[in-house]
Design a protein around this ligand. Structure first.
Ligand SMILES: Nc1ncnc2c1ncn2[C@@H]1O[C@H](COP(=O)(O)OP(=O)(O)OP(=O)(O)O)[C@@H](O)[C@H]1O
Ligand SMILES: [Mg+2]
Length: 376
C-alpha cells in the first residue's frame, strides 16, 4: 500500500483545541483499501487569520480545520482567501460553537466540506477527517481520469489526422504527376496514378465510415432499435459485399446458420459485427483458402464462430487487436489496406450485448474468433 502524508492546518485561537486536534490526528493513519493508500497527516497550527495567511504562503495544505470565530476575523473570510489564492485541491472543515443553519449554509457556499459544532470529541474529528480524506482521494482519482480521457482523445485525433494525411499526400502527388504532364500527353499513360488515386479515396471513405460507426456505437444518444432479425439474411447481404474479393482469391465462404434463427438485436450492429469479421477472414486469408461461419443459440447466448485458413496472428500481437487504429504490420499484411478500426468496432458491439470475444490463431495456419452475445 502507498503511504501518503498530507499537510493539515488547524486554525483556532483556543490553545486547548489546537493541541487536542493535533493529539488526535498526529499519529492517526487511515487505510483506504479501494485507493491502495495509507494516509496520515503532518499537522500545522495557527491561532489567528493573520498567522494562517503567513503559513499558507510557505506550505501547501490539503486539509484545513478552521474555527469560525477568530480574534482578527472569521473562518468564512479564510475560506474566501483560500478560494482566491490556493490552486491545489484542498478540503476544509469548519468548527464553531454555533451550528445555526445560515452559518452552515454560508460556510458550505464558500467551499467548506463539513461543519462540526463545539464541543466535539476525538471520534467526531476522526470521522470528519475520514470523510474529507476519502473525498479528497476521489477528487484526485477523478482528475486522473479526466487527464487520461484528454490524453486518449488527443492520441485518437493524432492517429486519425495521420491516417487521413497519408492518402491525401498520395493523391496530391499523383495529381502533380498529371498536372506536370510528367508521363507524356496521352491520357492512357496516366491510368496507374488515376487507379491508385481512386483506391486511396476508397480507403479514406472506408475510414470515415468506420469512424461514423464507432461514434454511433459510443454515443448513447442514438436510438438503439431492437428488432427481430434473421441472421441468415444478414449473412446473405454480407456475402454479397465480400464475395467479389473472395472470388478473386478463390476463397470459399461456408456458413451454417439455421434459416429460422431469429434474434432480438439491433440490425446495424449485427451487420457491422458480421461484416467486419467476414471482411478480415477474407482479407487476411490465402489464395484458395476457406472461411467457415457458424452461429447457434444456447439459452440466452448467441454463439458465433468464424474460422479462416489465413495468415494467422502471432501470440504477442493478439493483445492489441481490439485497439483503435491497430494494424499488424508484416510482410503478409503490407499490401492489404485497412484502417485498423474493424475489430475495435466489433469489440464495442460485443460489449453492448454484455458478450465476450476470444481469438485462437496460429501463424500461417489460420484464425478462429469465438463471439458470444447475450440476446434478450
Ligand atoms: N482473421 C484475421 N487473420 C489475420 N489477421 C487478422 C485477422 N483479423 C484481423 N487481423 C489483424 O488485426 C488487425 C486489426 O484488424 P481490424 O479489422 O481492426 O483492422 P483492419 O482490417 O486493418 O482495418 P478495417 O477493418 O478498419 O478496414 C488487422 O490489421 C490484421 O493485421
Ligand atoms: Mg478489418
Amino acid at each position: 500500500m502507498r503511504e501518503r502524508v498530507f499537510n493539515l492546518l488547524v486554525i483556532d485561537d483556543e490553545n486547548g483545541i489546537r493541541a487536542g486536534i493535533t493529539r488526535v490526528l498526529e499519529n492517526h493513519r487511515i487505510k483506504f483499501i479501494d485507493f491502495d493508500t495509507i494516509l496520515s497527516f503532518k499537522i500545522y497550527s495557527a491561532a489567528s487569520l493573520g498567522d494562517s495567511e503567513k503559513i499558507i504562503l510557505q506550505e501547501n495544505f490539503s486539509f484545513y480545520i478552521i474555527d469560525y470565530l477568530l480574534p482578527d476575523g472569521n473562518g468564512i473570510q479564510f475560506l474566501n482567501l483560500l478560494n482566491e489564492r490556493v490552486n491545489n485541491t484542498y478540503l476544509a472543515i469548519m468548527i464553531s460553537a454555533h451550528g445555526e443553519l445560515p452559518l452552515v449554509v454560508n460556510a458550505a457556499k464558500c467551499g467548506a466540506f463539513d461543519f462540526i459544532v463545539k464541543p466535539f470529541g476525538p471520534n467526531e474529528i476522526r470521522s470528519a477527517v475520514y470523510k474529507a480524506a476519502e473525498y479528497f482521494l476521489l477528487l484526485e482519482r477523478n482528475k486522473e481520469f479526466e487527464a487520461d480521457k484528454k490524453r486518449i482523445r488527443y492520441e485518437f485525433i493524432s492517429i486519425l489526422a495521420h491516417e487521413l494525411k497519408s492518402p491525401i499526400n498520395a493523391i496530391e502527388s499523383y495529381l502533380n504527376i498529371m498536372e506536370g504532364h510528367l508521363q507524356g500527353e496521352l491520357i492512357n499513360n496516366y491510368q496507374r496514378p488515376i487507379v491508385r488515386s481512386k483506391t486511396r479515396i476508397q480507403e479514406m471513405r472506408k475510414l470515415i465510415n468506420d469512424l461514423l460507426d464507432l461514434t454511433k456505437i459510443e454515443s448513447n444518444c442514438r436510438e438503439r432499435n431492437i428488432e427481430e432479425i434473421n441472421l441468415c439474411e444478414v449473412m446473405h447481404n454480407c456475402l454479397e459485399s465480400y464475395q467479389p474479393l473472395a472470388k478473386q482469391k478463390n476463397i470459399r465462404i461456408n456458413y451454417q446458420i439455421d434459416e429460422k434463427l431469429l434474434i432480438n438485436a439491433n440490425r446495424s450492429e449485427i451487420e457491422m459485427l458480421v461484416n467486419n469479421l467476414i471482411s478480415n477472414a477474407v482479407k487476411y486469408n490465402k489464395d484458395n483458402g476457406t472461411v467457415d461461419f457458424t452461429a447457434s443459440i444456447q439459452g440466452k447466448k448467441l454463439n458465433i464462430i468464424i474460422v479462416d485458413s489465413g495468415i494467422g496472428i502471432a501470440k504477442d500481437e493478439k493483445n492489441k487487436l481490439f485497439l483503435e487504429f491497430s494494424r499488424i504490420k508484416n510482410e503478409n499484411t503490407k499490401n492489404i489496406s485497412g484502417s485498423g478500426l474493424g475489430l475495435s468496432i466489433v469489440k464495442k458491439i460485443v460489449d453492448q450485448y454484455h458478450g465476450s470475444i476470444e481469438v485462437e490463431s496460429e501463424v500461417d495456419r489460420g484464425t478462429k474468433f469465438f463471439i458470444s452475445l447475450t440476446i434478450v
